[in-house]
Ligand binder design. Structure first.
Ligand code: PLP
Length: 345
């Protein structure tokens, strides 16, 4: 039976937090996870000494649910998010959330918030934020023995408010987002705090976000804010940085597959910042950014402009259309990327 939708301006959601009907919480204590409970309260009780507050024992994920033309609600490559959260846990010594528990938690919370899944065709999606916190109250610097796993959702529009419209980026090479062999390759809160200064400064100067260079040589492109970077070369290669300090993006991995289908040659390799002056097109990609084409990049006193007419390039447009068509069920899904959210009762 179709769910009556919440009363929202679906076409103008923006990318912000909105209250929904429920979030789900699981507690780990005495060596095991509990069964989880759906609650409507958006506040969590936390010990003032919790390791997530002091020592950054916190990691999270981000994925989206989409309504299809037939009214089903689907999620995209959810197993990959579950596995990446496990890798984050391993790196910062947290209790991993088993893959099946992660998937079932997401299904339960999305099912409980169906009226907040933006209607098909509005361009909105339900953003899903799984969050894991070390909750043991202790002063000593050691891993928590207690954990809280929360999944909450909120309906969103595009992350960059212009949507699928090219944006301007600036290379901020005096601030690093991540350290070599640090935690840049996992999704932990500290990376985002470390990036806020460069990102805020870039936005204050009128750019959509900062583009980071690698923290070791300070010569190769890493990524852009909360998104991976890719470029299309004049001889139709899909080039994306290979770096130890960037988050392996599920969207980027998907685009690599789609690029290959389109007859492009996907290449993952270090990308020297000087190469930006040679590319035909460039883009940012991620769950929130989807594909955001890049209009220009400012690097020190030089600027390269990709979209002279202000419009996305043909390859970015083709990739965007192919990806979003699979995500919202408009195109066949030959890779088995999409899963229907079941009724959870
Ligand atoms: C730093 C960073 N890079 C890249 C991405 C894109 O990753 P994904 O495509 O898995 O959303 C994200 C978003 O999760 C991110 O936070």
């Amino acid at each position: 039976m179709a769910t009556a939708k919440a009363d929202l301006d679906w076409k103008n959601l923006g990318f912000g937090w909105r209250k929904t009907d429920a979030n789900i919480r699981f507690t780990f204590g005495d060596g095991k996870w509990d069964e989880g409970v759906l609650v409507s309260d958006d506040v969590i009780p936390l010990h003032i000494g919790a390791t997530c507050l002091h020592y950054g024992q916190e990691c999270f994920e981000g994925l989206k649910a989409y309504e299809t033309k037939s009214g089903d609600v689907v999620v995209f490559r959810i197993e990959e998010n579950a596995r990446r959260l496990i890798r984050s846990c391993e790196r910062i010594m947290m209790e991993p959330v088993p893959e099946e528990m992660f998937i079932h938690a997401v299904f339960r919370v999305v099912d409980a918030n169906r009226r907040f899944v933006p209607p098909y065709g509005t361009g909105g999606t339900l953003y899903i934020r799984p969050l894991l916190l070390g909750t043991t109250g202790a002063m000593a610097l050691r891993p928590s023995v207690d954990y809280l796993f929360v999944v909450f959702v909120t309906p969103v529009g595009p992350y960059f408010k212009t949507g699928f419209t090219p944006v301007d980026l600036i290379v901020e090479d005096d601030l690093d987002r991540a350290a070599p062999r640090g935690v840049g390759h996992v999704k932990v809160g500290g990376n985002y705090a470390a990036g806020m200064k460069a990102s805020t400064r870039a936005k204050a100067k009128g750019y959509a976000d900062a583009l980071y260079l690698d923290p070791r040589a300070k010569r190769f492109i890493d990524e852009a804010g909360p998104a991976n970077f890719f470029a299309i070369t004049r001889d139709r290669q899909y080039v994306t940085p290979d770096s130890e300090s960037i988050l392996p993006s599920i969207t980027n991995n998907s685009l690599i597959t789609l690029a290959e289908d389109m007859g492009l040659r996907p290449v993952r390799r270090p990308v020297d910042v000087e190469e930006i002056f040679e590319f035909a097109e460039a883009g940012c990609c991620g769950t929130a950014a989807v594909i955001t084409p890049v209009k220009s990049i400012t690097y020190r006193d030089r600027v390269v402009v990709y979209c002279q007419d202000g419009r996305p390039g043909p390859v970015c447009t083709d990739l965007y259309q192919r990806l979003t068509a699979i995500q919202c069920g408009d195109a066949p899904d030959p890779y088995g990327w999409v899963r229907r959210v079941p009724e959870c009762g």
